[in-house]
Design a protein around this ligand. Structure first.
Ligand SMILES: [Zn+2]
Length: 202
């Protein structure tokens, strides 16, 4: 854990709790410390495991309420990844560039050497910049592959359906022709039988 980053996070929480006369519970600070000790993204289950390692057994409601507060204070980032909600210590992700898939929510950090130069070239207006993040939104390669597969499957189904429709159009005519053929053949036989019968009669 970067101690300087956690110190800033702790100060931000201090300020909020003091200004709103909220309770400064040790649980809150321990939760924040735990979150800032986790490297990368985590879900609620992971967090609970980390808390338990520190002998901190909190109810789900307490964990959830604190998480809600940390997200509100921008101390915690919340992402949706493949239907699952994940979190990451927000201040630890400062000054970085990420690519975010709008389809599955996957977040990947991209290393750019010229990132500080890029940041210095942003003309700020009456503003003292302290940190920044660059997020590039788009579709990840596995989602592109998945979408292509679905499109191909849909195309296949469409072709199959149109073939069936074509066959159905042809089917009645063939059936009618066949049934007519069958009818004439049957009729012919009966005529012949009748002729034979007539011969006997004679
Ligand atoms: Zn994706």
């Amino acid at each position: 854990m970067d101690k300087a980053i956690f110190k800033t996070a702790k100060e931000m929480l201090d300020k909020y709790l003091e200004s709103g006369n909220h309770r400064k519970t040790s649980e809150r600070y321990m939760m924040l410390e735990t979150i800032y000790s986790i490297n990368g993204m985590f879900n609620l289950y992971d967090l609970q495991k980390h808390l338990e390692k520190k002998k901190l057994f909190l109810s789900r409601a307490t964990i959830y309420n604190n998480i809600k507060l940390f997200v509100q204070l921008r101390l915690l980032n919340r992402y949706k990844q493949e239907g699952e909600t994940k979190y990451e210590a927000a201040l630890a992700c400062r000054n970085r560039c990420t690519q975010i898939c709008t389809s599955c929510g996957k977040v990947t950090e991209i290393k750019i050497r010229s990132l500080p130069a890029l940041r210095n070239n942003i003309p700020l207006s009456r503003f003292r910049g302290e940190s920044f993040t660059i997020a590039v939104y788009g579709i990840c390669s596995s989602c592109v592959a998945k979408q292509t597969r679905i499109l191909k499957q849909q195309e296949k189904e469409k072709k199959k359906k149109s073939k069936i429709a074509e066959l159905k159009k042809l089917m009645p005519k063939r059936l009618v022709a066949k049934s007519k053929e069958a009818a004439t053949a049957k009729g012919g036989r009966t005529e012949k039988k009748e002729v034979k019968k007539n011969k006997k009669d004679i």
